[in-house]
Write a protein that binds this ligand. Structure first.
Ligand SMILES: *Cc1c(COP(=O)(O)O)cnc(C)c1O
Length: 440
């Protein structure tokens, strides 16, 4: 147990020296195991954030821990021009679980790097530079990935440094818009099988299948962003398996190495072979430490039937959430253990209360959605605990009433103005299609 003074020490230091881009919570997390994490005071939390959908096989999975320790003793860094036993083993394992035909892999260190690679490989594979991306989609934060992001507030601070004049945005699920956007100038259609940051929205099979058909017809690539949906999250190893669609390339990251930073672009030989030698590269990509963790993580997913577990537990979780009687809930949706509850008002006060009062970590996805991305190893008892806690905060937290009391004290506002102000602040005003996405 940490003393009061060490607590304020770490929290204060992190807040003082960080770049300032994150809105930091008032806790210091120090340990994790399975679906539980602990703060420095020894308080435990059920973790439905899981490092933003990274800890699918649970925090500090014993096989991953052992693999990292063993590999750290042997070799930590080795560039990709020098072949390495762990890298070869990882590539073999990964290609073994990937859809048929995706048997060439570019290794990197994060999701956004995988998206950058996807763009470059798509350009060299097709000789084209036009991309079709999705409204409400999220592709990462580097300038190239940002150009695929529709939400203006992510892009606007950087002006015309984000060059998206060659990107067309389509309403997710709208077949007509998709047909109009894809031409014989299109290098690739890029989409998430379930939109994550955009509010946890599963695609229809029809939409993904039409994207597959159109890209074949026009000679464009279909690139699926499975960074959040991959590795058992949705109840299959990859979400595309739900739709019977195999893309030309797939971006991967998050859960692929059990918590170690990693990213990859998996693609067909046709795509890989058009990139000139030396046309892309990275120093840390494919490093033996991440590779060893990745081998252990992929084996654990298969051995422990994690996809099956996510399917069953996800169905149970959603059934329990749907049984909650609350006028504040608009919709419960998701696939496997990628679950979103859309509220009729802003989700932030409920997310805060879940963490603070109930010891349950969740995250937003658009300002109205509470998102649950627990480790697949979460127990039924923990799911029950989360649902009970969520029901309780929905019943007890009343941000509108609290704010109303504050506004009542402010004399100059008319009643009508106060109501309108409340609607806006609580997110109860009409939600536009361009509803801001950013969460944390
Ligand atoms: C997290 C995420 C990314 C970006 O990955 P980083 O590792 O944060 O760069 C891109 N696409 C999707 C769908 C994601 O969920």
């Amino acid at each position: 147990m940490a003393t009061e003074s060490t607590q304020s020490k770490w929290l204060a230091a992190e807040k003082k020296y960080d770049s300032g881009i994150y809105s930091k919570h008032d806790v210091v997390m120090v340990r994790g195991l399975g679906a539980t994490v602990w703060d420095e005071n020894g308080r435990s939390y059920v973790d439905c954030v899981a490092g933003y959908g990274v800890a699918n096989i649970g925090h500090s999975h014993p096989d991953v821990v052992k693999a990292i320790k063993d590999q750290a003793d042997r070799l930590i860094v080795m560039p990709q021009t020098l072949p390495n036993d762990k890298r070869a083993e990882f590539l073999q394992e990964l290609v073994g679980v990937l859809p048929q035909g995706l048997d060439r892999v570019f290794l990197c260190n994060s999701g956004t790097e995988a998206m950058e690679a996807a763009k470059k490989f798509a350009i060299t594979a097709t000789g084209r530079t036009h991309f079709v991306s999705m409204k409400r989609g999220f592709s990462g934060r580097t300038l190239g990935a940002l150009a695929l992001t529709w939400e203006p507030k992510y892009r606007e601070p950087f002006g015309d440094a984000v060059d998206n004049k060659n990107v067309d945005f389509v309403t997710y699920g709208n077949l007509e818009e998709l047909r109009a956007a894809v031409t014989d100038q299109t290098a690739a259609v890029i989409l998430e099988p379930v939109q994550g940051e955009g509010g946890v929205r599963p695609a229809s099979a029809e939409f993904i299948q039409e994207a597959r058909r159109l890209t074949r017809e026009t000679g464009a690539l279909l690139i699926l962003d499975e960074i959040q949906t991959g590795f058992c999250r949705t109840g299959k190893m990859f979400a595309c398996e739900h739709f019977g669609v195999i893309p030309d390339a797939m971006t991967l990251a998050k859960a692929m190495a059990g918590g170690m930073p990693i990213g990859a672009l998996a693609m067909t030989a046709e795509v890989a072979d058009r990139m000139p030698a030396g046309g892309h590269g990275t120093t840390f990509g494919g490093n033996p430490l991440a590779m060893a963790a990745g081998v252990a993580a992929l084996r654990a997913m298969k051995r422990e039937g994690m996809a099956e577990q996510a399917r069953e537990k996800g169905a149970y979780f959603m059934e329990r959430l749907r049984a909650i009687q609350s006028p504040k809930i608009r919709e419960v949706r998701g696939l496997g253990l990628m679950i979103g509850v859309e509220l009729k008002e802003k989700s932030a006060p409920y997310i805060h209360a879940l963490e603070h009062d109930e010891g349950v970590l969740t995250l937003a996805a658009t300002p109205l959605v509470v998102r649950f991305l627990p480790p697949v190893t979460i127990s039924r008892e923990q799911i029950d605990q989360v649902v009970t806690a969520f029901e309780r905060v929905l019943n007890t937290v009343n941000p509108r009433e609290e704010r109303q009391a504050e506004l009542a004290a402010q004399q100059p506002l008319t009643k009508q103005t106060k109501e309108a102000k409340l609607d806006e602040e609580m997110g109860q005003a009409e939600v536009s299609e361009g509803e801001a996405i950013q969460t944390e």
